[in-house]
Design a protein around this ligand. Structure first.
Ligand code: URA
Length: 266
């Protein structure tokens, strides 16, 4: 039995390794519906990856192994220029059993140095929000970004402060399949998009964050087939709260909506 499980896990690992090649291929049509709306920040259609093969191995064990392989792939990724200048790829952090995935824009200086998302000032505020409103730690959820490497104004000086810039549509497009693959493995009930970049990219809309926040949407990519949408709740980016504390009240309201959602029986 143990040997059969081991063989099945190895088969899945080999299958995932073949996805490596697929990442640099033109978009594959894996049957996933892709948002049609054209928005300036919405990257060109992502290249969805095929769903992982069914396996006899226990789901959690396979997910952990598959995610480790994907993380390795991201670590070696050179699909865009960000992969050359970055100090560390910032894959994601948290539990693969998370019911909620928080998605930010991209790593900054501190994240680039530590290889973990949201560890700078914004991250400390995010941790505080998680704890005070939701009673959760970062290890109870999953936290990732739209792009996995630090977009820098001056890539020659990764040690410089004040070097952050938003990711370009090309960088977003290159990195986007990684996030969808993470979501496929984690199978969260919902995503919280932090700020306008993550919201525009994931919902394929071009409206300001203050207009769209505080409402539930369906993730337009059907990762788990028709009729099984992942719910999306946009809210302000913690960096925006640091700049303008008046936005905290709305964010607290959004987090209470999230708490209610997570407390609903499945
Ligand atoms: N801002 C983001 O959007 N992501 C991080 O990981 C850190 C800051």
């Amino acid at each position: 039995m143990k040997r059969a499980l081991g063989a099945a896990a190895r088969d899945v690992a080999a299958y995932i390794r073949t996805l490596d090649e697929n990442l640099s291929e033109p978009p594959l049509n894996a049957g996933a519906a892709v948002p049609a709306a054209a928005a300036p920040l919405q990257a060109p259609s992502p290249a969805p990856l095929p769903a992982p093969a069914a396996s006899a191995a226990p789901a959690a064990a396979v997910a952990a192994e598959d995610i480790a392989l994907l993380a390795e792939k991201v670590k070696n990724c050179r699909r865009c220029g960000l992969g050359i200048a970055r100090l560390n790829a910032v894959f994601g952090v948290g539990t693969y059993k998370a019911r909620v995935v928080f998605v930010g824009e991209g790593p900054g200086f501190q994240e680039d140095h530590e290889g973990e998302p949201f560890v700078g000032r914004s991250g400390q505020l995010l941790d505080k929000i998680l704890e005070t409103v939701l009673g959760l730690k970062r290890s109870d959820v999953y936290i990732a970004n739209i792009v996995k490497c630090h977009p820098m104004k001056s890539p020659e000086t990764p040690e410089a402060h004040g070097n952050d810039r938003p990711p370009t549509p090309e960088e977003i497009s290159a990195c986007r399949p990684y996030l969808d693959e993470q979501l496929r493995f984690i199978k969260p009930a919902c995503i919280v998009t932090l700020g306008s970049v993550a919201t525009k990219v994931l919902l394929g809309i071009d409206k300001g964050i203050s207009t769209v926040r505080g409402h539930w949407y369906d993730y337009p990519v059907e990762l788990f087939g028709p009729g099984h949408p992942i719910k999306v709740l946009p809210t302000y980016h913690p960096a925006a709260l640091l700049r303008n504390p008046n936005l905290k009240r709305d964010t607290w309201e959004d987090m209470k909506m999230l708490k209610e959602f997570l407390e609903k029986p499945v």
